[in-house]
Ligand binder design. Structure first.
Ligand code: NAD
Length: 309
C-alpha cells in the first residue's frame, strides 16, 4: 500500500489510530484543531477524519488538494460539504453501524423516563420533595409505538420495543423488508395513521428538505392527547414552536428530545414544560458505539485505500 497520511480532527476512540497505523497509514491526531489551522494543514493529507466538531466546508476541500478520502466517525454527514467532495471525486465514508443500538437504547430510556416521570422524580427528591402521589405513571407494555424511518436505528428500535411487548407500527418512504416485518410483527402504516394511533412516535429519518418540519402543527393535531414524541434523529425534523404549543395546550402529553433546531439547546423554552425530557445529543455517546464506529470507519478507510471498496 502506498504511504498515505491521515489527519484526525476530533476526539475519537484510539482504536482508529491503531488500525490505520498498523496498515501503514501515517496518522496525525489533532482533536482540538481550529478551523484556521485545518485550512492551513489541509493540503498535507490524503485522508481527513472528523466526528461532529470539525466542519469540512467547501473552503477546506478547496485547500485539501491531496485529499482522496473524507471520513466521519458517525452516521450523519451534516458537517461535511458532500457536494464539494463529490465535485473533486473525494470519497466520503461514514459509519452507520456504530450508533444503531446506542440510539435505540436511548429511545427506550426516554420512553421510560416519560412514562414513569423519572427526571421529575429525581429532581424533586434532590429538592427534598416526595412526589409519590403526583407521579402516577403508565407502562410501555401493550402501547403502540410508531417508528418513522425504518432504517438501521428504526429497525433496531422495533426489535427492542417488541421485547417490551409494545405493538410496533412503521412508516418509511422506501419499501420495508417483508421478512423483517414478519419477524418482529411490524404493522406497516401510512404516516397519518401512525400519528393518529401511536402512543409514542419515534423519529429516525435523515434531515432533508422533505423531512424538515415533518412534525408540524398539522401532524401534531392528529395525535392523541396522551401521546408523546421522541426525536433522536436531527433537530429541524420537529417544528419546536409547534411542539411547544401542542404540549403547553395539552394537545399531546409530552416529548423527549436528544436533538434540537439550535444546538447546544441552551435557554430552549421547551425546558420549561413538565412533559418534556431533554438530553444533549447523546444518542451515540456510549463507549461501545464510539469504539464500534472507530473500528468500522478504520476498516472502510483501509479497504478504500487498497481499492477494495
Ligand atoms: P438510515 O439511513 O439507516 O435510515 C433512515 C431511514 O429513513 C431510511 O430507511 C429512509 O428510507 C427513511 N426516510 C427518509 N426520508 C423519509 C421520510 N420522508 N419519511 C419516512 N422515512 C424516510 O439512518 P439511521 O442510521 O437509522 O439514522 C437515522 C437518523 O438518526 C439520522 O437522522 C441520523 O442522523 C440520526 N442519528 C442520530 C444520532 C444521535 O446522536 N442522536 C446518532 C446516530 C444517528
Amino acid at each position: 500500500m502506498a504511504a498515505m497520511s491521515a489527519l484526525i480532527c476530533d476526539k475519537v476512540d484510539p482504536i482508529l489510530n491503531k488500525i490505520l497505523g498498523d496498515n501503514g497509514i501515517d496518522v496525525a491526531y489533532e482533536p482540538e484543531i481550529t478551523p484556521e489551522a485545518l485550512l492551513e494543514k489541509a493540503a498535507d493529507y490524503q485522508i481527513i477524519i472528523v466526528r461532529s466538531r470539525t466542519k469540512i466546508t467547501a473552503n477546506v476541500i478547496e485547500r485539501a488538494t491531496s485529499c482522496q478520502i473524507v471520513a466521519r466517525v458517525g452516521v450523519g454527514l451534516d458537517n461535511i460539504d458532500t457536494k464539494a467532495c463529490e465535485a473533486r471525486k473525494i470519497r466520503v465514508l461514514n459509519a452507520v453501524e456504530g450508533a444503531m443500538n446506542a440510539v435505540a437504547e436511548l429511545v427506550l430510556g426516554l420512553m421510560l423516563s416519560m412514562a414513569r416521570h423519572i427526571p421529575r422524580a429525581d429532581s424533586a427528591i434532590r429538592r427534598d420533595k416526595w412526589l409519590k402521589k403526583e407521579l402516577l405513571g403508565s407502562e410501555l407494555r401493550g402501547k403502540y409505538l410508531g417508528i418513522v424511518g425504518m432504517g438501521n436505528i428504526g429497525k433496531r428500535l422495533a426489535r427492542l420495543a417488541r421485547a417490551l411487548n409494545m405493538n410496533v407500527m412503521g412508516f418509511d418512504v422506501a419499501p420495508i423488508d417483508q421478512e423483517f416485518s414478519r419477524e418482529v410483527g411490524l404493522m406497516k402504516v401510512d404516516l397519518d395513521t401512525l400519528f393518529q394511533s401511536a402512543d409514542y412516535v419515534s423519529l429516525h429519518v435523515p434531515l432533508l428538505d422533505s423531512t424538515r418540519h415533518l412534525v408540524d402543527s398539522k401532524r401534531l393535531s392528529l395525535m392523541k392527547p396522551t401521546a408523546r414524541i421522541i426525536n433522536t434523529s436531527r433537530g429541524g425534523i420537529v417544528d419546536e414552536d409547534a411542539l411547544y404549543d401542542a404540549i403547553e395546550s395539552g394537545k399531546i402529553a409530552g416529548a423527549a428530545l436528544d436533538v434540537f433546531e439550535t444546538e447546544p439547546a441552551i435557554q430552549n423554552r421547551l425546558a420549561t414544560l413538565d412533559g418534556v425530557v431533554m438530553t444533549p445529543h447523546i444518542g451515540a455517546q456510549t463507549g461501545e458505539a464510539q469504539g464500534l464506529a472507530a473500528n468500522v470507519i478504520a476498516e472502510k478507510i483501509v479497504q478504500t485505500v487498497r481499492g477494495v471498496i
